[in-house]
Design a protein around this ligand. Structure first.
Ligand code: GUN
Length: 295
């Protein structure tokens, strides 16, 4: 079997072209959806994610406004920016790029964002509402994974999905969404993490394996059943002297080794990453509609 490549870039373009119509309609009524972006410090990966998000905003007709603080910024300076964005009527969604240089203040920063502008879906109000199946901003990466599966015609209903990784940003919310009684849910979910014994026993039993551990080669070909679907959420920089940048991006799954075995697989880059951005735009447009007037 040769795996079908799940082209996240193409699916993201489809989502973005759907959004363009809504954005054009809002803008014609004087409502341009706006994203406020806060970047603290100079982490190169964070810089590159933020630039990609801002470019996507411009291409889809959204306003984006970036505030860049130095890594030495104090808790009060960071919270001040968030509070100003909370009050700014041009800003419908607020994105504080994580990780922050001081990770101990991340939760306080997240909880300072107004829940109705929390387009990352990280505020406890949105996390709780999501878990209950109530309308909420869904976190962008898990929602992007669900959209890739749905738009590729891969049935989740009744499937056994095994997730590697228990982060608050990906693994845990994805497990929740997949188990909801909903159009994109109804799966049976197993979560594996660093303390799981015999991870392969779980992955080998799964119809769909999601690798979201943040480490290359977490999912090897011997861990996946013939014909299973592999969704690779990992984005890891590994040294590569043949590249001008000095690195290349790899996922958490052994892509080349899985190609002849999996039924379908997402590449890195060009898989889940573009979908994360598309779902951020989706949430920002939704925030503008909710806050500043109906469709
Ligand atoms: N860092 C890694 N992923 C994300 C994300 O989805 N949102 C934010 N704000 N930071 C991140």
């Amino acid at each position: 079997m040769t795996a079908r490549i799940l082209d996240g870039k193409a699916i993201a373009e489809q989502v973005r072209s759907e959004l363009k119509g809504t954005v054009a309609g809002l803008t014609a009524r004087g409502i341009q959806p706006g994203l406020g972006v806060l970047l603290v410090g100079d982490n190169p990966a964070s810089r590159s994610y933020v630039t990609a998000k801002e470019r996507a905003c411009a291409e889809t007709g959204l306003l984006s406004e970036e505030i860049h603080l130095p890594a030495t910024a104090t808790r009060d300076q960071i919270l001040d920016v968030v509070r100003r964005m909370n009050e700014d009527n041009r800003i419908d969604g607020i994105l504080v790029q994580l990780p922050l240089p001081d990770s101990t203040i991340e939760q306080e920063v997240i909880e300072t964002i107004r829940p109705d502008k929390d387009v990352d879906g990280f505020h406890p109000v949105n996390v709780g509402r999501m878990m209950l199946g109530l309308p909420a901003f869904l976190p962008c990466t898990p929602h992007g994974v669900l959209q890739i599966l749905h738009r590729s015609g891969i049935a989740v209903d009744g499937a056994h999905v095994c997730i590697l990784g228990r982060s608050n940003i990906v693994g845990r919310p994805l497990a929740n969404l997949l188990t909801l009684k909903s159009k994109l849910g109804n799966a049976t979910v197993t979560m594996c993490h660093t303390r799981t014994r015999d991870t392969a026993r779980h992955t080998l039993a799964a119809d769909i394996v999601v690798a979201a551990a943040g480490r290359p080669s977490t999912l090897t070909a011997d861990m996946v059943r013939e014909g299973a679907v592999v969704i690779d959420v990992g984005v890891n920089r590994v040294p590569d002297a043949t590249r001008k940048s000095g690195f290349r991006l790899v996922g958490d799954a052994d892509y080349e080794a899985l190609l002849p075995k999996a039924g379908a697989i997402t590449p890195v880059p060009g898989g889940v990453g573009p979908m994360t951005i598309a779902m951020l735009l989706h949430n920002t447009v939704e925030a503008a509609v909710r806050r500043r007037g109906g469709r």
